[in-house]
Design a protein around this ligand. Structure first.
Ligand code: DI6
Ligand code: FE
Length: 407
């Protein structure tokens, strides 16, 4: 018998949630095989081709479930300081908008981020990243946006890149220079947008520090015309865009983002039917952020039923940030998407795999289990994938496999 050593490793006695457009894509009593960091074969255990069992590491899944590695497609985990004090103020009655208007909010994190050295920022972000990784996250998006000057925006993006280099996780970076107005531009928002579109974006592009460009289109952020200028600049540099849109009001950001074929529009509590039609047309993913909804005690629900009706792909992310979502658990977001937004456990899991991949433009490489895709897998000690949304606080993550290697 020839010992054709065609796999680098094999998992047997597992069930697979392959995740496809319509359901979990379940294969029970399955096996999955990896070669060169990619999925080389998957299917029923009994159909697994013969392989050299002496030379090939073979893992026993003990009847657990393998899903694609989870993807957190919207985070702000690089920042200085924290906003616990502001949390107290809110509990005493102040609103998020009032705190922002009084010079607190995002701007206070900007101050702390500018003052922090790279090592301090790196270590704090690394702890947040580890929390995500322990729950099976194998790809994460990290935004800048707490520097709001060229030097600090570059510093943040550089740290995000370093985090990816030093951990078994893919980091996608997003330049969010248009997150808030820095104090030195207080009466001059258009002047600040000039800086973002000019010097800042040029510096970001020069060092290849951003995989996407984002903005905060909101009354406490930037208006539609300003956001559009940022997107035009991104387009000149051939960088895809995404948008914080319709979080506290409807400024028409989603429709405008759709006209730039945005990867995603995020938050979207106030998104209306016209906006939904527009993003359906452009193939833009709707990203819901239940952590921010929960933490800000919002009451306006994102239009889940309408998004379903128009078959818009919905993703879910942590929005991990110090002000509106100081939460680093994607598993908790699965649960909250179901309890707060009435999404189904299948929709929730698709929202952190298949659709989150699309929100980052990475759907050809990750987000589902299929031959040829990157072997980013999680083995879970669960009896059904719905359990991932159902129970929170007992981490059932048994093994993380990144690019085919057990982490
Ligand atoms: N929307 C949000 O929820 C966060 N940023 C944004 O554009 C809030 C960020 C913060 O408060 O620090
Ligand atoms: Fe955000």
């Amino acid at each position: 018998m020839s010992l054709n050593n065609e796999f680098d490793s094999v998992w047997i006695d597992v069930n697979l949630a392959t995740m496809n457009e319509t359901d979990y894509g379940i294969i029970e009593n399955a096996a999955i095989a990896i070669k060169d960091g990619k999925i080389a074969w998957l299917g029923k255990r009994e159909d697994l081709p013969a392989f050299d069992a002496f030379a090939t590491p073979t893992y026993q899944g003990k009847g657990g479930w393998i899903t694609p590695g989870l993807i957190d497609c919207h985070t702000h985990i690089v920042y200085g300081g924290n906003r616990a004090k502001e949390f107290e103020m809110r509990l005493e009655g102040a609103t998020y908008q009032e705190i922002a208007a009084a010079g607190g909010g995002i701007v206070s994190t900007v101050k702390a981020t500018r003052e922090a050295d790279e090592e301090t920022l790196y270590v704090a972000a690394k702890n947040r990243l580890n929390a995500l990784m322990q729950e099976g996250v194998t790809m994460v998006e990290i935004k800048s946006g707490y520097g709001l000057d060229t030097e600090t925006e570059i510093k943040m993006l550089h740290i995000a890149r370093l985090l990816g280099e030093h951990h078994p996780i893919d980091v996608k970076t997003t330049f969010l220079g248009a997150h808030a107005l820095p104090p030195e531009y207080k009466e001059n928002a258009d002047g600040y947008i000039d800086l973002v579109c000019g010097e800042m974006m040029d510096a970001v592009v020069k060092d290849d520090l951003a995989d996407a460009v984002d903005a905060f289109c909101e009354s406490v952020g930037f208006d539609l015309a300003q956001t559009k200028r940022v997107f035009e600049a991104a387009k000149r540099h051939n960088i895809p865009v995404k948008l914080h849109a319709e979080q506290m009001s409807n400024l028409g950001g989603s429709e405008m983002a759709a006209s730039f074929n945005a990867l995603s529009v995020d938050h979207i509590e106030y998104l209306d039917e016209a906006g939904i039609k527009a993003i359906k047309e452009s193939g833009t993913v709707a990203v819901v952020l239940p952590g921010a909804f929960y933490f800000l005690r919002e009451t306006q629900q994102p239009p889940i039923d309408l998004l379903r009706k128009y078959k818009v792909p919905m993703a879910i992310a942590t929005d991990a940030n110090p002000g509106s979502s100081p939460l680093c658990s994607l598993q908790l977001m699965l649960n909250m998407a179901c309890t707060l937004f009435r999404m189904t456990p299948y929709e929730a899991l698709a929202g952190v795999t298949l659709h989150a991949a699309k929100a980052l433009g990475m759907q050809e490489k990750v987000g589902s289990l299929a031959v040829g895709k990157q072997a980013d897998l999680v083995l879970w000690d669960i009896e059904h994938p719905a359990q991932l949304s159902y129970q929170y606080g007992v981490n059932p993550c048994a093994q993380v496999i990144k690019n085919g290697v057990v982490v």
